[in-house]
Design a binder for this molecule. Structure first.
Ligand code: PRE
Length: 98
């Protein structure tokens, strides 16, 4: 049965393994995002829309080089950064007492 097509269960196991890696990377990213929050002085700095566009442009180019869909990668990144901005705002408010 070694030549048989992968089953849905096989594919889902592979996805689960990738998710383990992604969450580990997200944990590393979160540490840096929390550090960034402590270095910002106001909420405009936390939202940093120009930086968001810079990150999105970069990951779209990386996606194209890697064979990933730039559209999917952009949507994932915009959702992820939106969640990190919320986290930074909470962190920032805690840090500054604002
Ligand atoms: O680069 C920053 O200033 C960050 O805080 C990181 C990050 C991101 O998640 O990429 C988060 C919030 C900002 O809106 C911009 C980018």
């Amino acid at each position: 049965m070694t030549d048989s097509e992968p089953t849905l269960a096989d594919v889902r196991r592979a996805i689960d393994e990738i998710d383990t890696e992604i969450v580990s990377l997200l944990a590393r990213r979160e540490v840096q995002v929390r550090r960034a929050a402590t270095l910002k002085t106001d909420e405009d700095g936390v939202r940093a829309p120009a930086r968001v566009e810079q990150v999105v442009a970069k990951v779209r180019a990386l996606a194209a080089e890697s064979g990933a869909s730039p559209e999917v990668v952009e949507r994932v990144y915009r959702a992820m950064i939106g969640a990190f901005i919320d986290l930074e705002l909470a962190e920032h408010r805690g840090t500054t007492g604002g």
